[in-house]
Design a protein around this ligand. Structure first.
Ligand code: GLO
Ligand code: MG
Length: 344
């Protein structure tokens, strides 16, 4: 915890080997224990998990063994003074889920996906977190005719309701992304996620996670996406990072591409006391060019930049901002912000 009250998190996938679709890993894989130590050293407070980050062999284990492994992970975190922020079902790698899980055309695969998500909820309970993130990676299509989109929407809603029934303490944060790996995802924006939540059987337990890069890929501004969720008290976590235009999902260090866009995300979060609502996750990836011994600097930079931008936001002359809004002198407001961002 820092003096501003924010808690920071990342996931084991944020210290990676640098493989991309065109080339193999270029750094050795880092053992989980080393990642945990790095998390602490870098000033972070919590780890984010996929179900199989916490329980790698979950496919081969029964409920009791899964619970035991998850409890051991919770203890390991506690030994480092850390906690788990959330757990997410990794439904995009298994051979069964090539065409999605919850929205697959094959009912047997839908059953697999739902059963796996229930295991994820069990793991979360043992890890000491009731927050489940649903990044619905393959719940979409490459071609529109491949699935029935109305049915798919109902299948997603049924899945959310099933999970809410299964675990009465569970809170679900939907992490939308418009594309990649699919051409088109069924829940591409925060509006979609929030609508799904309001339609669910217990709307108070369904919220959203905004990832900066995903909003940019949807052609939207991440701070406005965050604001929309905040307006309905639905923003339960964020994945801050950066993205250079409409390309592949880059997961660049926070603020590395567009400082002003980063500033506005921090401003919106801070103005709405986000530190009381959720953790600040940094879903950032080291560049493939980064040598192995310096491959956590993206995490260092992202956290430090967030805190600097909190200061910039808090030091803004609010009465001047109000006056410039009132007089519609947005050129002067522009200058005020640019001065703040350049340390004047
Ligand atoms: C990929 C997503 C991914 C999720 C993570 C948690 O584009 O951002 O990193 O956030 O798997 O579900
Ligand atoms: Mg993410």
């Amino acid at each position: 915890m820092n003096k501003y009250g924010y808690q920071f998190s990342f996931g084991p996938w944020n210290i990676s080997e640098g493989g991309d679709p065109f080339g193999p890993a270029v750094r050795p894989s880092v053992p989980f224990a080393t990642k945990l130590a790095a998390l602490k050293e870098l000033g972070y407070d919590a780890m984010q998990f996929h179900d199989d980050d916490a329980v790698p062999d979950l496919h081969d284990l029964g409920p009791a063994a899964i619970a035991k492994e998850a409890r051991a992970m919770r203890q390991l975190l506690a030994d480092h003074g850390l906690v788990a922020e959330f757990v997410a079902p990794r439904l995009w790698e298994h051979p069964s889920t090539i065409d999605g899980g919850f929205t697959a055309n094959d009912p047997a695969i839908r059953t697999y996906a739902r059963e796996r998500a229930k295991k994820t909820a069990d793991i979360g309970r043992e890890l000491g977190t009731n927050l489940m993130v649903l990044w619905l990676a393959r719940e979409g299509t490459y071609l529109r005719e491949a699935k029935d989109a109305v049915k798919a929407t109902h299948l997603l809603l049924d899945t959310v309701n099933m999970l809410l029934d299964y675990d009465k303490d569970l809170r679900i944060a939907i992490e939308p992304k418009p594309n990649e790996p699919m051409d088109m995802a069924y829940l591409p924006t925060i509006g979609h996620a929030v609508a799904m939540g309001f339609q669910a059987k217990d709307p108070a337990r369904v919220g959203a996670l905004v990832e900066s890069a995903h909003a940019v890929l949807a052609g939207l501004d991440p701070s406005d996406e965050m604001a929309f969720a905040l307006a309905f008290d639905k923003l339960w976590s964020v994945h801050l990072n950066d993205q250079n235009g409409l390309k592949f999902d880059q997961d660049r260090a926070f603020g590395a591409v567009d400082l002003r866009r980063a500033f506005n995300q921090v401003r919106v979060l801070d103005e709405n006391r986000f530190w009381e609502k959720g953790m600040v996750g940094l879903d950032v990836k080291a560049l493939r060019t980064q040598p192995a011994d310096v491959a956590t600097k993206h995490l260092r930079n992202s956290l430090a930049l967030f805190l600097r931008l909190v200061e910039v936001s808090r030091n803004l002359d609010r009465s001047q901002v109000e006056a410039l809004r009132a007089s519609r002198d947005y050129e002067e407001l522009d200058w005020l912000i640019l001065n703040a961002l350049t340390g004047r």
